[in-house]
Design a protein around this ligand. Structure first.
Ligand SMILES: [Zn+2]
Length: 353
């Protein structure tokens, strides 16, 4: 982001930029942040570089496009309500600002279609009305052939006052001729601190501890962090913690059985059990990190004290044996052994290990 903002400051921002990165890497978020920085009416700055205020009429309207899934669903629903003849000719767009057009893949094929690129071409030579820069964001690189060729023509002679963002998970999906006319920027995993900051805005109801937890568990993927089901995770992790504590306090199994009792076969039980196993893995991994003296890498930071207590009672070997037992139970579950039975077996097995 810093480098891109430097480009903005120097007026060296390319007319076409490919933002490459995996699902949840923040490509779309970054494209919108840059769009706001280009067009903020307050000319907001931070660290001497262009930024956005988030409050002016350009920033707020552009921000309305942030929830892409919701805006996309609205556009699809609007099309569904059209007469059949209009339906066929209508393409899906997301537009919350007159000078910023978001182009998602068009259902049902979920591809960028030539009519969508045509709409881009129709408006692209006009000066922006309310923004300084007219922005087009293609959210996917799955172009139909004719659409890709049309886009190529645009890129051959990019108009002034225009920035086109092409978002892709795999740069190789784009025509080499398109790639050579655009600048590619690959997004690495975001830092935990950046995700925490994003979550502060997205989930103000979460505490700082919870935000730190989700940021670490999401491993740099901002999309995953935003959609994280914290309540579900915390519930499963509490069960996982009970199992581990009970195993380590040999003799008293009443708490353990109370927990395993709630895991019943069936589709719902299956999902719940998967969550529990993920919770167990996550705790065991953190215990390994603590045991090998790397507390800064622990992800379940909000229960660090409890984890340290557990680790004090055992050694590294025990944890790695427990992880092996867990893998065995998981394999057993895939073969559809009774879930609650397997969980009890797991606990007893851990005791022996
Ligand atoms: Zn602004």
């Amino acid at each position: 982001m810093h480098r891109l903002r430097e480009m903005l400051a120097r007026g060296h921002f390319p007319h076409a930029m490919i933002l490459a990165g995996g699902t949840g890497s923040g490509k779309y978020t970054l494209a919108l942040m840059l769009t706001k920085a280009m067009n903020c009416l307050e000319w907001a700055m931070s660290d001497g570089l262009p930024d956005f205020c988030g409050k002016c009429s350009n920033c707020t309207r552009i921000s309305l496009a942030e929830d892409l899934n919701a805006r996309f669903a609205e556009a699809v629903e609007a099309r569904e309500n059209l007469r059949d003849t209009d339906k066929r000719e209508t393409r899906i767009f997301v537009q919350t600002h007159p000078d910023v057009l978001v182009i998602p893949p068009d259902p049902p094929q979920m591809m960028i279609k030539v009519d969508q690129v045509r709409r881009v071409i129709e408006g692209i030579h006009y000066r922006p009305g309310e923004a300084r820069e007219r922005v087009y964001i293609f959210t996917d690189s799955n172009f139909m052939k004719e659409a890709a060729n049309s886009l190529l023509k645009v890129l051959e002679e990019p108009p002034q006052f225009t920035t086109i963002f092409l978002l892709t998970e795999n740069v190789g999906e784009l025509l080499p001729t398109i790639r050579s006319r655009a600048m590619t920027f690959t997004l690495g995993a975001l830092q935990s601190e950046d995700i925490e900051q994003d979550l502060a805005a997205q989930h103000p109801e979460w505490t700082a501890k919870q935000r730190a937890l989700v940021a670490r568990l999401s491993e740099g993927a901002v999309g995953r962090a935003r959609a994280f089901d914290l309540a579900k995770y915390t519930a499963s992790r509490a069960h996982a913690l009970t199992i581990l504590t009970s195993v380590l306090r040999t003799g008293d199994h009443s708490e353990l059985f109370k927990v395993t009792e709630t895991y019943r076969p069936g589709a719902e039980g299956r999902e719940k059990t998967d969550q529990l196993l993920r919770g167990l893995y996550s705790l065991l991994q953190d215990m390994m990190l603590l045991s090998s003296g790397a507390p800064e890498l622990v992800r379940n930071t909000d229960i660090l004290g409890e984890l340290q207590k557990l680790v004090a009672a055992i050694d590294f070997e025990w944890i790695s044996n427990a992880a092996n037992r867990l893998a065995e139970v998981e394999r057993g579950m895939r073969r559809n052994l009774l879930r609650s039975l397997s969980l009890d077996a797991l606990a007893v097995g851990m005791e022996r290990s």
